[in-house]
Ligand binder design. Structure first.
Ligand SMILES: Cc1cc2nc3c(=O)[nH]c(=O)nc-3n(C[C@H](O)[C@H](O)[C@H](O)COP(=O)(O)OP(=O)(O)OC[C@H]3O[C@@H](n4cnc5c(N)ncnc54)[C@H](O)[C@@H]3O)c2cc1C
Length: 433
């Protein structure tokens, strides 16, 4: 079979791989039985090297909706369907995803394997909290039906297990009832990290919360940013025009980054200018508006291939969580370290994680604060990540494997229990084989 050059969203690293593209689930059973080492891959929207392996099963053609009950909102789909396709079917019927990450271009299998979280983790948990059952092709090539009582150990090892228990072929989960496809969004301009964390805590009753932060500000303004709060709008919230079609789907994407930007375009000055404009585009302290769900949940999806702005060498996203106790000091130390390293990041996203399911031990979230930052890859990246890892470890935090391309074995939440058949470049790097 001809090899393909593949990488994930960070465009780093890249490897040559044999990519199998089965059209039928039975082919997955045959491939897994035959191959010594293989890995499932969804839409490659993880950032680092977790969905990379020398032999890959792409699930993208296994993308059918198998059942959708419009009374209960329970849906069963093949694992390769994209969340965007699920939304296109369910939103007009009054149902939304119970948990969604910051892009809708991921597969259902990827959502479960990373046990993705959204802006509502503090209120509604991870994706797995809403999963009723799934089917998994395990190392012997057989299919197992898994739920919280049947094959429960495999159920929990697969949640956040990064594909290392097998190939998820089908997932059944509970959707969330909505009256409209709009979000009531309240943006609050925040002066520093202390105010930001206080406001997060005070907003515990709000379903969705997320903050963008200016990572270059120091001293009294360190951690300044915009806190974005949201609720699904009710029919009564809409104006007459929107009321005519309250479950309308948002308009499609128009922008594209056709080529990789030259590496020098993104530098500290560009980040500084962006941060200034982003922070100051909102004049009032609080701004309330009713916006479509794409604008609230998926602003980055509006620009196709935005990852190319980091240039051909690619970028990495570093996402970690720190427990609430000591979390503020840890966040300050991390922001200081990034500032001292002369690094800047456009994307600095802070969220609050709530209580977690103890059985989901490979799932990334823990109660506390999670921060995600993008760094263009340079010769200094490894050194910076090593420093950040040390701080995260000292504050008893975790890193998100779904974003990671540089971290070290010594950090926690690294699954070790699984067979060596479903291996990845990340598993090799972290010594999990
Ligand atoms: C712009 C952007 C924003 C994001 N925001 C968030 C966020 O807010 N919260 C969050 O949690 N994540 C977020 N992510 C990360 C993303 O949601 C996860 O990496 C997700 O797993 C990607 O899904 P995918 O279908 O592209 O899977 P891939 O990237 O292809 O694979 C990811 C992992 O899942 C495994 N996998 C995929 N399909 C299967 C399957 N069928 N069976 C078994 N294993 C499988 C792979 O082996 C790999 O380990 C974001 C990513 C981007 C690009």
């Amino acid at each position: 079979m001809k090899k393909e050059l593949i990488s994930n969203w960070g465009n780093y690293p890249q490897i040559e791989a044999e990519v199998f593209k089965p059209d039928f689930v039975q082919e997955v059973n045959g491939l897994v039985k035959k191959e010594q080492a293989i890995l499932a891959r969804g839409n490659g929207r993880c950032y680092g090297d977790v969905a990379l392996s020398k032999k890959i099963i792409s699930t993208l053609s296994l993308n059918k909706v198998l059942a959708f009950d419009i009374e209960s909102g329970i849906i069963r789909c093949q694992s390769g369907i994209l969340l965007s396709d699920i939304l296109a079917i369910t939103v007009p019927k009054g149902f939304f995803l119970p948990v969604t990450p910051g892009t809708k271009f991921i597969t259902l299998g990827g959502a479960l394997a990373s046990d993705v979280h959204g802006k509502n983790h503090h209120a509604e948990g991870c994706f797995s909290n809403h999963v009723l059952d799934f089917k998994l092709v395990t190392a012997d090539g057989n299919t197992l039906a898994c739920n919280r009582t049947k094959n429960a150990v495999i159920f929990w090892n697969t949640v956040g297990g990064m594909g290392r228990t097998g190939v998820i072929t089908e997932v059944c989960f509970q959707l969330k009832k909505i009256e409209t496809s709009y979000i009531t969004s309240r943006n609050i301009k925040v002066k520093n990290l202390d105010e930001m964390l206080d406001l997060f805590d005070q907003s515990g009753d709000t379903t969705y919360s997320v903050a963008w932060m200016d990572c270059l500000k120091k001293g009294a303004h360190q951690g300044r940013g915009i806190l974005m709060l949201g609720e699904h709008a009710t029919l009564a919230d809409l104006d007459l025009k929107k009321k005519k079609n309250p479950l309308a789907l948002p308009k499609k994407i128009k922008l594209n980054v056709p080529l990789f930007f030259p590496g020098w375009v993104l530098n500290k000055f560009a980040v500084k200018a962006f941060n200034f404009l982003f922070y100051n585009k909102q004049r009032k302290k609080v701004n309330t508006s009713i916006i479509d769900y794409d604008k609230f949940f998926y602003p980055l999806d509006a620009i196709l291939n935005w990852n190319r702005i980091y240039g051909k060498k690619g970028f990495t996203q570093y996402q970690f969580v720190l427990p609430k106790e000591g979390g503020k000091e840890g966040l300050k130390e991390i922001l200081d370290t990034i500032g001292n390293a002369g690094e800047g990041s456009f994307l600095v996203v802070l969220k609050l994680f709530g209580k977690t399911e103890p059985l989901a031990k490979w799932s990334f979230p823990m109660e506390g604060y999670t921060l995600a930052l993008d760094f263009k890859i340079t010769l200094d990246t490894q050194d910076l990540i090593n420093q950040l890892d040390d701080i995260v470890q000292r504050y008893k935090g975790r890193i998100y494997l779904s974003k990671d391309a540089f971290s070290r074995r010594s950090l926690s939440n690294v699954p070790t229990q699984v067979t060596s058949k479903f291996t990845s470049l990340q598993a090799e790097r972290l010594g999990m084989i």
